[in-house]
Design a protein around this ligand. Structure first.
Ligand SMILES: [Zn+2]
Length: 68
């Protein structure tokens, strides 16, 4: 049986960010409008740093994407 703790229930109820900041989360999208993740203003930069630095830009170059 899964135990659902009160903090988690509050997070759902108030739509708080999962980082524990108790700030409202919002969806982040890349340059194509593709959903990435949820973040609040406190952890937004940190979460985006886990993605390619150019992900928020439109892909306008025709260079092959490095596979490594
Ligand atoms: Zn957050």
């Amino acid at each position: 049986m899964a135990v659902i703790d009160q903090d988690y229930m509050d997070m759902i109820k108030y739509r708080w960010c999962s980082c524990g900041s108790k700030l409202p989360k919002h969806a982040l999208y890349d340059g194509h409008g593709i959903f990435l993740t949820y973040a609040c203003e406190k952890c937004e930069k940190k979460k985006l740093s886990g993605y390619r630095s150019d992900i928020m830009d439109r892909y306008e170059c025709d260079e092959p994407i490095d596979s490594d």
